[in-house]
Design a protein around this ligand. Structure first.
Ligand code: MSP
Length: 499
């Protein structure tokens, strides 16, 4: 089955920070997991390069917008392998093929009668690139997201008839209760729709860094139209000589932070309908990573540099920490102290030690060979359904719960070692068969949790599976097998050494 997952495309007027890494990592876990299940996966991420903030930042730096975009987009692209993102393509909206596709699609929207010339007067946040109305305006006409003063804008430009999609959008939400998740975000989007949709500006005059409006070259498209369309335009050119649109569109899961809910839950489906395209299947909205109680963001200057974290602890640890620490969907605080604590207690102790000692004991007492015996019935029971449970949680895009379901088994294995005390059994030669069962059950448990963890921590799990002599990561392999066929293990270095 095709499975298409996307992240927002990131603004190039900032350096990549942990917030950007977060969404990409979550999407990557889904993509890798679906590949384990044998699905035909396409995973897209990239950079959003047009618009006023980029043009202004370039001017301030004394370079052209394209130079700035090239430089900063490269930083985002370089982040991808470092966080072990397995994206199938990295789109840049300054790519002429994207530009051409936007023009073609918007021309279609225009020809279908959804675009007209008009004028608008209101409050605008340049950092959000958003016209704010009603509850979106903070105290003293400030932006509630960025805390900056909103600008009074008067515009003469092209408008998109968003109001024409009031009913279709209400119907879309009614027919697909899971279209936007979690439910609080769905309700937020729905109440925005029900409060009455006003037409929105879809172009801007006097700005050259953008996609030219084909029927009015004096104007460029408002950056959100250009940006949102990336999810469909990329499919046209991501593969040389092939158009992947029919294969992957509509996207299965589009991941976004809650800051851009309105654009993805309201504007985006309306634009798709206007262009005669299918609407995405689901939008999954996560919360903010907070530092000292505030959203981590470039404009607030409170960002944790993912490159530094990776250098100290490794990408697997970062991936694990972010999805484990912050309940996916809710806001959550992150920081160095919390990071070190989870690293030590859960990665180094719970999982890392489990792997080291399991393999070491099999080496010491069985020369590396796991006996082909029936496994401990109690343990078998506690592992029942691990594969089904984790797959269901990831289908619902609940990575934090999926990790907890796995960690319940990791802790169970550690308890099993303590209860069985194999070092005692090993002292009594007549209990040799018992030792075989304990070690084989442990090795199988370790193998099962490791396959289940593979999409979260691709690097360390690959190492463990190699040392267990069972490199298979296909999802069937996540199930715990009640009897063994004998594995051959080899010594392993500490997985999560103290930094
Ligand atoms: N360019 C637009 C999105 C266009 S999509 C068609 C944009 N870019 S952004 O660089 O500001 O990145 C926004 C996304 O980055 C958020 O939606 C979220 O996914 C992620 N995050 C940025 N800061 C974050 C946090 N502090 N916490 C969690 N996610 C954060 O908006």
């Amino acid at each position: 089955m095709p499975y298409y997952v996307t992240t927002p495309i990131y603004y190039v007027n900032a350096q990549p920070h942990l917030g950007h890494a977060y969404t990409t990592i979550a999407a990557d876990v889904l993509a890798r997991h679906m590949r384990q299940r044998g699905e035909d996966v396409f995973f897209l991420t990239g950079t959003d390069e047009h618009g006023e903030p980029v043009a202004l930042a370039a001017e301030a730096a004394g370079v052209t917008p394209r130079e700035l975009a090239d430089r900063n987009s490269a930083r985002f692209e370089a982040l991808m392998p470092q966080i072990e993102s397995s994206n199938d393509y990295f789109i840049r909206t300054s790519d002429p093929r994207h530009v051409e596709a936007v023009q073609e699609i918007m021309q279609r929207v225009h020809d279908a009668g959804y675009i007209y010339k008009g004028s608008y007067e209101g409050l605008y946040c340049p950092s959000c690139a958003d016209f704010k109305t009603g509850q979106e305006v903070g105290p003293g006409d400030t932006c509630p997201v960025h805390g900056i003063d909103l600008i009074h804008e008067k515009e003469e430009n092209w408008f998109f008839k968003l109001s024409a999609f009031q009913e279709p959008l209400e119907k879309l939400f009614a027919d697909n209760p899971d279209f936007v998740r979690p439910p609080e975000r769905r309700n937020e989007a729905l109440s925005f729709i029900r409060s009455g949709l006003r037409d929105i500006s879809c172009s801007r005059a006097g700005l050259s860094w953008g996609v030219e409006v084909p029927w009015d070259p004096e104007q460029v498209f408002y950056v959100w139209f250009d940006a949102l369309l990336n999810y469909v335009t990329a499919l046209r050119f991501a593969r040389e000589g092939e158009d992947l649109t029919d294969r992957y569109w509509p996207a299965n899961v589009q991941l976004v932070g809650k800051d851009i809910l309105k654009f993805h839950a309201v504007f985006w489906p309306a634009i798709l309908m206007a262009a005669g395209l299918e609407v995405e299947r689901s939008l999954v909205v996560h919360g903010y990573l907070l530092m000292d109680g505030e959203k981590m963001s470039k404009s607030l200057g409170n960002v944790l540099d993912p490159f530094e974290v990776i250098e100290r602890f490794g990408a697997d640890a970062l991936r694990f920490y972010l999805l484990r620490e912050v309940q996916f969907g809710a806001d959550g605080s992150v920081g160095t102290a919390g990071f070190e604590s989870r690293y030590n207690s859960e990665l180094a102790n719970d999982y890392g030690n489990l792997a080291s000692r399991t393999i070491a004991m099999i080496g010491r007492w069985r020369d590396g060979t796991v006996a082909a015996v029936d496994h401990d019935p109690e343990l078998v029971k506690d592992f029942e359904g691990i594969d089904v449970q984790v797959a269901e949680l990831l289908d619902r895009v609940e990575p934090t719960q999926a990790l907890e379901a796995i960690w319940v088994r990791v802790r169970r294995l550690n308890r099993f070692v303590e209860e069985q005390a194999p070092w005692q059994i090993a002292k009594e030669p007549e209990r040799s068969a018992e030792l075989d069962v304990v070690l084989a059950s442990l090795a199988e448990g370790l193998r099962s949790v490791t396959v289940a963890l593979h999409s979260f921590m691709p690097d360390s799990t690959t190492k463990v599976l190699a040392k267990l002599g069972t490199p298979d990561t296909d999802w069937q392999a996540a199930a715990y097998k009640p009897s063994g066929d004998g594995m051959q293990v080899t010594p392993i270095e500490p997985l999560f050494p103290k930094p």
